[in-house]
Design a protein around this ligand. Sequence first.
Ligand code: MRU
Length: 326
Amino acid sequence: MVLRVLDQRALPTRIRWRDVDGAESARDAIKTMVVRGAPLIGVVGAFGLALELSRRDPGPEAARALAERVSSARPTAVNLPRAVSRVLDSYLRGGANEALREAESILEYERESARMIGVHGEQLLMDGDVVLTHCNAGALATVEYGTALAPIRVAIEMGKRIRVIADETRPVLQGARLTAFELVKDGIDTTLISDTMVGYAMSKGLVNKVIVGADRVLMDGHVFNKIGTYQVAILARTHHVPFYVAMPLSTLDPTSSPEDVVIEERDPKEVLYVRGRRIAPRGVKVMNPAFDMTPPEYVSAIITERGIAEPPYRESLTELLGQAQQ
Ligand code: MRU
């Protein structure tokens, strides 16, 4: 048995599939961004581990080591270690079949949560809205509806006319390559801008709302998401544009503080090259943090599968989390 995943590095020009058949291939697919997006890397990590455990039944100690290998593929999104530890616990409790069942239930949870994020989030959108989104928090980052794109999809299904502005999201170009790809494919009116045009678009009144996804959200409402999210949030505040974050509760980290969260630093080549072509001189130094932190005061509301959390987030998110655990 294998999990077949779309190799997102080849999009939008080629459709290429990759098989994930165990812990190492899951780790590699996540690390090299064959698959990316917080909920999706959780699902792929869960299946990678479960498939390995069901093939080899390696016993508790080796299972723990395999789980650690998969979890550590990328450090920032909390969905990955959470999903992997759910599969490990199931294995330790009930064996390999339990581990596979747990991976399937994580997949189903993410599918259903994405749809419900859409159902709740569409209430924030009005007919005629233009929504700016950053990175890709759509079907390609999750299972089916997406997170940031789910309210847009549901609003359109309900007959609202919604247009999208996708920023390109340097350096990996998830906005240009992935968000634009999936929205255009689904016939949703989408305009691509470079990251440098966000302030211009807002200052001209071309954006009514921002919706972004998240890789990790803390109980006090600090949002860790794709690099560049923070500057979009500041611009939104300056121009009085509501800034919404959409996430499944599997992205909520109930225990960490901002200093605990590791921001992944990626290969300098992602900044130095655009689609294989070098754009900067040899000898230049490069910084390449993959995520940034947006403080809660910039976040107008957080859309989850259980409803919409408003500030103060410690209270509203605690309530939603309580409902989820009942
Ligand atoms: O580095 P990536 O492409 O994995 O980063 C993805 C993001 O930052 C997304 O906005 C986030 O994971 C939310 S996906 C629903």
